[in-house]
Design a protein around this ligand. Sequence first.
Ligand SMILES: *Cc1c(COP(=O)(O)O)cnc(C)c1O
Length: 382
Amino acid sequence: MIFYFYHLVLVEMDMKELIRPELITMKSYTPIEPMDILSQRAELSVEGIIKLDGNENLYGCSPKVYQALANYPYYYIYPDPEQRRLRQALEKYTGLNREHIVCGSGSDEIIDLILRLFLKPGDKVINCPPTFGMYPFSTAVCGGKVVDVPRDEGFTIDLAGIRSVLDKKTKVISVASPNNPTGNIITEQEITELVNTGKIVMVDEAYFEFSNVTMANLVPNYSNLIVLRTFSKWAGLAGLRIGYGIFPTEIASYLMKIKQPYNVNVAAQAAALASLADIEYLRGNVAKIVAERERLFNKLKELEWLKPYPSSANFILCSIHSNSERRSEESPAKEIWRLLQKKGIFVRYFDSPRLRNYLRISVGKPEDTEALIGALKESMLS
Ligand SMILES: *Cc1c(COP(=O)(O)O)cnc(C)c1O
């Protein structure tokens, strides 16, 4: 017995020595929570929750997805490691040859794979905050170093600033377009300038279907341009984890080599195929969301203490201006976030200095807009 305890203590003491030191100190990613957890937190039923914090598609997925999942006969067989049917269907959807396409368990996995392919310990990734938190997260997990080049006041990327920090250790420049959480897009000229630096340029188009602006057609012209896409937002498949990247063929073949062989599960593949077979329906929902985005924008603009930023995606970033009556330590944005939460309305608040006066609101259905605007007006009176 004594020997046993002694052994246990030794193992515990060694742990921090064994773990990679940069992972002990790295900042963790702040994820959003699913419906059941939010409903417990708000002490409301799941039906009483209005979830506008994850840029999910509140119209849900195509009804054909439920059919495809119910009828799929081979859950007991491993998925196709070459992702043949899916890459073929995506060839038609993107207009690009399947040799350019690699699928993953969400585009989050594709980000991780790209960084694992290119980063040696200490290699650098250019990040343009405020932006999506997975780029610094995956960079850290892959042993790389994040070099932040902040966006300007209007959230445009700082091209000169990016050029000035590039060196031999810089491997990847990551930019989202439309950017999350700011909603603005990057121009083709900006992308060409980034590509001309010779670094790997990763353009994350998770919200492409809401903006209709893409750099995908440029990919075959360059050896260092990557475009990322996902089914999570436009196709309503966030919970099934399916995304893809469009790559120069050489990069695509290395990614196919280093990915986990069965990285996309059969349910996700069946759901993505069913979605691509029901594009008109899904585009109808995207059109409704885009129309609702404009309606929500105009309603938000009417509140004088809040400023919405124009968005090409399915969410709107708002700065919260004055709330002078309050004497709280918290930023007014966080206070509004908390008040909305009490009413079962969840929006995204970011715990970062640059965004402490902002909220990001996902676009839902018309009734969600009504509830949100009503609650925002009440929150100013309370
Ligand atoms: C939501 C989001 C993703 C994540 O997509 P998944 O396919 O669900 O992993 C990627 N990039 C950006 C900018 C996003 O906002």
